[in-house]
Design a protein around this ligand. Structure first.
Ligand code: ZN
Ligand code: ZN
Length: 340
């Protein structure tokens, strides 16, 4: 079988390897589709917190190819989607119900592969049967969407609030959709006209093209009553510069959601007077939790977001690099690797 390995920034390789054999409680999925993600682009460009080489990609869905001993939930031929991670449910943070901070999580790497081994803990807790009416592409949106669902539920959004979403990549667009569904007036900011167009389609009331706006924070403030700023500003880019901009566009008492992971070692300067006297909350949120993976799967069933809005061009696994590079240029939302 073929799989994609990451060796170094701008060095990913399609390699031949053996089809994995499932052990106790494990399954092997024959993938039908894998999706490119902003995180894949970041890893491709600048590496990640794991030491290379490692298997690349983390969003896929397919059909059960083999099951290990004691697997009762799934059988060969089932259409399934496995989330890429699972917490331990035993550590300090899990007991505090902060599962994304788990000290012993499993991250199942390597979704750009023809056959993928799913660890026992993920099989038990975070693998789902895909309903007949749901496509593989729709199901493969589970991982990124569960992150957006977690992020959106960690900020206070009330009916009639105004929310600015900074960055309209796949995750940003999911935030646009979720905030719109929660009854907020959404202001979407990005430099790609294509992505801003999609933001509108998904429910954004206003768009700000940041390459035309002199001052992004001010441009957003202009769209609020008395220019007081938005109730919630979401950062979905992963640049500390944008974290600062987001801080300057919320109203007093507002919340900034710092969702995009920045390069290691970056810092943000914060106006302490602003933070204190304006009672602003800056909140970091990372990844997701099993509760929000469940919620995301239910929302996918309801069609809260649709694959046709998020998944653009199809590539064979051999052309993974092209798929990633096209994603990085912002002309598509996500690309898709399809397997025979
Ligand atoms: Zn834990
Ligand atoms: Zn992802």
């Amino acid at each position: 079988m073929k799989k994609v390995m990451f060796y170094a920034p701008k060095d990913i390789r399609v390699e031949e390897s053996e089809i994995p054999i499932p052990g106790q409680g494990e399954i092997v999925i024959k993938n039908k589709v894998s999706l490119t993600c902003g995180t894949d682009v970041k890893i491709y460009m600048r590496g990640y917190r794991w030491d290379p080489p490692f298997s690349f990609g983390h969003e896929a869905s397919g059909v059960v190819y083999a099951v290990g001993e004691n697997v009762e939930k799934f059988k060969v031929g089932d259409r399934v989607v496995a989330h890429n991670s699972v917490p331990c449910h035993e550590c300090y943070y899990c007991k505090k119900a902060q599962h994304s901070l788990c000290e012993n999580p499993i991250f199942n790497k390597g979704a750009f592969t023809e056959y993928q081994l799913i660890p026992e803990r993920i099989v038990r807790q975070n693998t789902f049967l895909i309903p007949a009416e749901m496509s593989f592409k729709q199901a493969a949106l589970l991982e990124p969407f569960s992150c957006a669902v977690y992020g959106a539920s960690e900020v206070p959004i009330e009916l009639g609030d105004t929310v600015a979403v900074n960055g309209c990549g796949p995750i940003g667009l999911m935030f646009v959709r979720l905030c719109h569904l929660r009854g907020a007036r959404v202001i979407a900011c990005d430099k790609s006209p294509e992505r801003l167009e999609m933001a509108k389609k998904l429910g954004a009331a206003h768009t700000v093209n940041i390459s035309e706006a002199e001052d992004q924070a001010q441009a957003v403030r202009e769209l609020t009553e008395k220019k007081r700023g938005v109730d919630v500003a979401i950062e979905a880019v992963g640049l500390s510069k944008v974290w600062s901009i987001a801080l300057n566009m919320v109203r007093a008492g507002g919340t900034v959601l710092c969702f995009g992971g920045t390069p290691k070692g970056e810092t943000v300067e914060v106006d302490t007077t602003l933070l204190h006297y304006s009672q602003i909350t800056m909140k970091g949120v990372f990844h997701t939790t099993p509760r929000h993976v469940n919620a995301a799967f239910e929302l996918l069933k309801m069609g809260a977001i649709r694959e046709e809005d998020f998944v653009n061009n199809e590539y064979p696994i051999e052309r993974i690099e092209e798929a990633i590079l096209e994603h990085s240029r912002g002309k598509v939302i996500k690309n898709c690797i399809v397997y025979k």
